[in-house]
Design a protein. Sequence first.
Length: 331
Amino acid sequence: MMDCVLGVDGGNTKTIAVVAALDGTILGAARSGCGDMYAYAEPEPAIEQIALAVDTALDQAGQTPESLAAACFSLAGADWQEDYDYLHATLSSRGYGRTIRVYNDGVGALRAGSPDGTGVVLACGTGIAVAARNAAGEFWHASFWVESLCGRELGNQALRALLRAELGITPPTALTAPVLAAFDELSVESLLRRFYLRPMRPPGTNELSQLAPIVLREAEAGDPVATQIVAQHGERLADYALAAARKVGIENTPFTLVLNGGIFRHQGNVLIDAVLSRVRQSAPSVAIVRGGYEPVIGALLLAFEATGVVVDAGLIAQLESSHPNNSLFAT
């Protein structure tokens, strides 16, 4: 056995755990289901999903919990101090690290994109994580302060646009045909029935989120309805980024804004332009990082830092050379 560190990114869609040696070499990585304890009636199912990912990653690495010098859990559902206390106690009881850090998932996503771990992150996937951290280590995350945004909300907006266009309230939209095709429906009415007619099972959050690329694509193609949806969405995202910056006192500084998650990986500029236009009204010198590492790598970097290991170019090179296949992260 050797001393290792563990990084965990737990979200609503998936939980990823990565085990690495102290030189940065990734030894094991695994994936499980939803790790957000607020997605269940009780927190235990989320803990079991987190444990499944961790134990599988440890097995792949040929290590045991006793070998973990430090672990960082960056989790959706770590929202209030009571959540931090519960998660820290529960994960400690399983022996997942001699030093354990628990953060909201936004903090891991920020560390994955910011060179020094400071700034603001908008992590947009099925849902949204917003977090900010200053040079003193003070951080804030939006959690339940933030409204529904990103994949699920873009999907909801697309469906609403179809209904309004079908009723003649708004002009026809190019969204109609691809959204109907995504659900294998022939008419807007049949799609509406699918959501509300008993005993049909209505599409879930993940299915709605899969409409987001359609909205982004049609906005880039110039559809006025899709363009308005995406532009307004970008402005709302920017408002939360600025609020996060204010919370840690960096709004009027040249802070780093990390745009992370699947929504921002889409090839196009309508959403990005809307975010930047709004942010730069208050923070004209903001530095943009689009993408960065997977959020679990941010959690891993925080685990390295918790052990006192310096995150330098050599360690980053080892992480990059041993990074898991991208299929592990596919939604």
